[in-house]
Design a protein around this ligand. Structure first.
Ligand code: ADP
Length: 590
């Protein structure tokens, strides 16, 4: 046991700490505040403290728990809202009132709740089991089966496994290796700083469909992939992340919120529990873990929350689930790193951030991926990180460090939001590097046309932007008809396809099949328009065609009507252009 020598904001230097290890969790001061050793210099330890340090004094005791910073993993994780070191907010509030007191400990997982355990098919006593091996499951919520895995480092012969009703700390089985017995409970702990191992990583070759057309249609992220979304205030970051949480085809959502303003997180905490899972109608929280740092929580807790979140995500991935982890915002995390680094008097890098910022960002995103877990199942973690660059300037270190490692970038644009174009993701500056990896999946599931049409759509949007610049200078009349068609098709892609209301029941989610139909219809119109112009038909009469209205209303088509709508609109386009060309020829012939 040591004692406090010095206190500097969230950092405490303790002396007499020989025998403790890096990353050990310690109890600091008479209140027993939770901290973690982040530097050891001889008998002295530098500790980052996850609670407010005002009020503690030099000389007070510091005790190492001898354990690394860990999360608790067991049935009861879902439906929870935690702080950065996995203390359940509800429980903390119950114990200390509206303002969370210090030194309060609360179990991350309810110890008294009883769960009905089922034995996993094919598993029997006498089996040789290893870490990660799934031996049973609990129906944790209506949406999610929580698989019980053999904890890290345990291997041997399984015995005593029996179905029944258990608390998370009850013994459910024993693993015996050479006479050394290990009691298995449904509760396990994992250290947060170290990535969980797996058997192999696969290439991310399947899209994470989100139902947002600009994402799925133009800038997809793969399951197991990484994406960044910058968030100028009011640009639609919250709406976009709720939409992803709600509609993305992942099984589990882990959301880490580091609010800059106190009320921002409150918004999420109030709104999120109201969201419903669209498929089942059940509360979305039944497949969600929320980690919330309000602005009045200490910076160190913010730093920890990122690791807490990703460790929980890995746990569900290991069960064979597709997990989406949304971190909002990683800039707050980096700022916490900066503050701690400054207090450690480390040599500052760019803009005062520690020189290891890019490495930390890379290591974090590296924990994404589609893997074969130790359980033998395939699961994935898709990491979506919001960044909030001051003034929207992406040249700052956090944005740069992020962009260097993520493979998808959804560029939220304040000017689009101001023009009420939502989702305000800019189609000219966003990108996805998954297109090639996903192509075989698209070809197989949606036909080769899907990828071709995507490429064509991108070309049109780029061409449209160039033409708009020209129009600014010389006016649209100066352009040849084919280019005026491109301008018009560009507008149709933006208005009729990309623009999407998150608040309209039908429009909020669009399946890939419907997206394919929408794009194909616009491109079909374009083909016919070009042919008609070639045949001499004046552009004005093409613009007046009634089918354009059908196209602009495609987003209102119900998913169940897509096939019908597709044929109807294709037939309309053909017949309206045919009559237009015929009328024109007849008029010319006269
Ligand atoms: P941020 O979190 O970036 O500050 P919000 O996500 O709260 O911004 O969005 C601000 C406002 O923009 C919302 O209240 C809503 O009115 C509008 N908005 C954002 N995204 C959409 C969308 N996809 N559809 C319709 N309106 C949207």
């Amino acid at each position: 046991m040591g004692y406090i020598e010095r206190i500097s904001g969230p950092l405490v230097v303790a002396d007499d700490m020989l025998g403790s290890n890096m990353y050990d969790v310690v109890k600091v001061g008479n209140d027993g505040l939770v901290g973690e050793i982040i530097q050891l210099r001889g008998p002295k330890a530098v500790i980052q403290v996850y609670e407010e340090t005002t009020g503690i004094r030099p000389g007070e005791k510091v005790e190492s728990t001898g354990l690394p910073l860990s999360v608790e993993l067991a049935p009861g994780l879902l439906n929870n809202i935690y702080d950065g070191i996995q203390r359940p907010l509800e429980e903390l509030r119950r114990k200390s009132g509206a303002f969370i007191g210090r030194g309060i400990s609360a179990n991350s997982i309810d110890r008294n709740k009883k769960w009905k355990l089922f034995i996993e098919k094919g598993v029997k006593n006498g089996d040789h089991v290893k870490e990660g091996h799934i031996i049973g499951y609990v129906q944790e919520t209506e949406l999610i089966k929580h698989y019980i895995m053999i904890p890290v480092g345990v291997e041997g012969k399984l015995s005593g496994l029996k179905e029944g009703t258990y608390r998370v700390e009850d013994r459910i089985a024993t693993v015996d290796k050479g006479g050394k017995k290990f009691e298995i409970t449904m509760l396990q702990k994992r250290s947060v700083r170290k990535p969980q191992s797996f058997r192999q990583k696969f290439r991310s070759d399947e899209p994470l469909t989100t139902g947002m057309r600009i994402i799925d249609g133009l800038f997809p992220v793969a399951k197991g992939g990484t994406a960044a979304i910058p968030g100028p205030f009011g640009a639609g970051k919250t709406v976009a992340s709720h939409s992803i949480a709600k509609y993305a085809d992942s099984d589990i959502v882990v959301m880490i919120g580091c609010g800059e303003r106190g009320n921002e997180m409150t918004e999420v905490l109030v709104e999120f529990p109201e969201l419903k899972d669209p498929k089942s109608g059940r509360p979305l929280t039944e497949r969600t873990v929320l980690i919330a740092n309000t602005s009045n929580m200490p910076v160190a807790a913010r730093e920890a929350s990122i690791y807490t979140g990703v460790t929980i995500a890995e746990y569900f991935r290991d069960m064979g689930y597709n997990v989406t982890l949304l971190a909002d915002s990683t800039s707050r995390w980096a700022e916490a790193m900066r503050e701690i680094s400054a207090r450690l008097e480390e040599m500052p890098g760019e803009e005062g951030y520690p020189a290891y910022l890019p490495k930390r960002l890379a290591e974090y995103y590296e924990r994404s991926g589609k893997v074969e877990a130790l359980s033998g199942r395939t699961g994935s973690i898709t990491l979506v990180g919001a960044v909030s660059p001051p003034g929207g300037d992406l040249s700052e270190p956090v944005s740069q460090g992020t962009l260097r490692v993520v493979k998808t970038f959804w560029s939220l644009d304040a000017s689009l939001a101001n023009a009420r174009h939502f989702p305000s993701i800019n189609w000219l500056t966003s990108y996805s590097l998954y297109i090639n990896d996903l192509k075989p999946w698209y070809d197989k599931n949606l036909g080769e046309e899907f990828a071709e049409n995507r490429a064509e759509t991108m070309r049109i949007l780029q061409k449209e932007a160039e033409l708009k610049d020209i129009v600014q200078l010389v006016g649209a009349e100066a352009l040849p008809d084919t280019e005026r068609i491109t301008l018009e098709i560009g507008r149709m892609i933006r208005e009729d396809f990309l623009r999407q209301s998150a608040f309209d029941e039908v429009d909020a989610y669009t399946s890939l099949k419907k997206q394919a139909f929408m794009v194909a219809s616009i491109l079909h119109f374009r083909k016919q328009a070009n042919a008609a112009v070639k045949a001499g038909v004046p552009l004005d009469s093409i613009m007046k065609l009634k089918v354009r209205e059908d196209i602009s209303r495609m987003k209102e088509e119900k998913e169940s009507e897509v096939d019908k709508a597709r044929h109807r609109i294709a037939a309309e386009i053909d017949s309206q252009f045919n009559s237009l060309v015929r009328e024109y020829r007849e008029a010319e012939g006269k």
